[in-house]
Design a protein around this ligand. Sequence first.
Ligand code: FMN
Length: 351
Amino acid sequence: MKTPDPWTLLKPLAFKMDPERAHQTALGLLSRWSRLFDGTPGPGDIARNPSLAVEAMGLRFPNPIGLAAGLDKNAEAVPAWQALGFGFVEVGTVTALAQPGNPRPRLFRLPRDRAIVNRMGFNNEGAEAMGRRLERLRERRCLQVPLGVNLGKSKVTPAEEAAQDYRRSFERLGELADYVVVNISSPNTPGLRDLQRVDEVERIIGAIQGPNQRLNRPRPLLVKLAPDLTDEDAVACARAALGAGCVGLILTNTTIRFEGLESPTEGLSGGLSGRPLLERSTGLLARVRSELGPDPLLIGVGGIMDPEGAAAKLAAGADLIQIYTGLVYGGPGFVRRLLAELAKPRESADS
Ligand SMILES: Cc1cc2nc3c(=O)[nH]c(=O)nc-3n(C[C@H](O)[C@H](O)[C@H](O)COP(=O)(O)O)c2cc1C
């Protein structure tokens, strides 16, 4: 008899809890675990299957599935994510200044749609606290997967000073990251998404490139975009980012369009993630890939809830993929289930 996945028992309990409390409880456990263990998978682990490895941005990714930004905003549990099989981990969004985020409730499950709505508002302990945590993590030398740091604008910083705010975070955290993401696409910081314009992208990336080029090893920079841009605007922003020296894009963040949902959404506001996002997010990824050609690095994220979703992102042109909501619904075994499916065609092609 097949052993049942413990998540089938735990999920109903977790889903009875308030979503943010469940999140904090899980993160608290993983964070304590991470202080004791390194989380490095053994050589026979599917997460280290050589057929899944990806070389990109001058980095080696043991497999193409990463943890999307927002789950571990303060970099508290990186070894645990590595233990769950992720091939890379993106922490943040972190802002230059610590901030509490929006009032609660601000996190909602839509189980009938296999979706989440959040309006967290970049609740995080700030760049300095993350910097200290990442320094300790680097001293342990336990990371076998690339670590991305996702930067956002502090809420109190006016839009005109956005570039300096991003630069300040970069100056503290850039050297501790393997790659850095400029997030201008979260819907829950007023005005943030207005930065998705050619001139703003050039200004922000330009401001970061100063300190970046002074590093011994300048870090690869990426920009994360929203699925609610028109294809044309997204392509223009992507071209501006690449022109300013970025290596690629992350497509996409959550959507503010609540369309075709079974769950009632009256009074709900924020960003929608999970299954309903798959089609738009993957469509935009495919368009950007076809416009920009094979060179830029594209990380596909949005709505991957099963192996077919992962395969669709890769077929649309993603070099790497990320998940968030799929992990909430699929549980701790989700990454390895996706990896087992991704390895299949490659294994049979190899044999
Ligand atoms: C609760 C929650 C918080 C998030 N916070 C962030 C964030 O801080 N920064 C960011 O770039 N994306 C954030 N995201 C967006 C995810 O990184 C991802 O782009 C989006 O959820 C789509 O992927 P998914 O459908 O696999 O969840 C958040 C998503 C959720 C559900």
